[in-house]
Design a protein around this ligand. Sequence first.
Ligand SMILES: C[S@@+](CC[C@H](N)C(=O)[O-])C[C@H]1O[C@@H](n2cnc3c(N)ncnc32)[C@H](O)[C@@H]1O
Length: 223
Amino acid sequence: LVIIKLKRDLLAAGKSIEAELFNHRSTAESARLLRKLPRKTRLCTRDFIHNSLYNPHYGYFSKNVKVFSPDSPFQFEKLENSDAFMMELGRLYALNEKESDIQIWHTPSEIFQPFYGRAIGNYILQQFMSDKRGANELVIYEVGAGNGTLMKDVLDFIKEANPSIYKRTEYNIVEISSALIDIQSSKIQDHPVRIISQSILEFEKIESRPCFFLAMEVLVTNV
Ligand SMILES: C[S@@+](CC[C@H](N)C(=O)[O-])C[C@H]1O[C@@H](n2cnc3c(N)ncnc32)[C@H](O)[C@@H]1O
């Protein structure tokens, strides 16, 4: 509401938003109004970083993020050693980058799928079963779930290893990128997943139940 009012006041006074931001040093919050990266605006470094990552119109995480995923899991047993693995990874990564005009992340959740997510699923399950508080539901939050690979591998594992706990599992994703939410949604299948389309920096709900909180390769700046 503050932003809408600011925008209305500036337009009513016949002032350009960019010029106004330049005169009064802007913050990431006021720069949310801009529809393209400002060229003549003064911003503190922290605001510049935040705005570049999260501006709803052009921010890297809001609009452009892309996470590398091999078409099928690596067949580790066929790779002679770690050098052979690195060569294969480099080859696939270069192929993907050629097809894309933006830099692509590669993350352990993707590269070591399904084993990475399964190992984390196993850890969560063991911790949950040995927890003396005896919670009925297994509640998991994942911030920034990328392509949804970790979510799928964790839940596939829990479903196979302990169907009874799986039935009491709730998996929540807090994700800022609408493009990645589409990819995550396509991987949910029958799993008990809820996707919250929001930045974790604006997430205000207080979770009172014991829960697991995952954030893999997620770096957030705080204003
Ligand atoms: C480098 S990707 C990692 C994806 C996944 N965790 C993995 O390991 O493959 C970063 C993820 O965090 C999300 N993200 C970044 N900042 C966020 C924020 N403030 N709130 C919620 N999600 C955020 C991105 O959209 C993306 O899904």
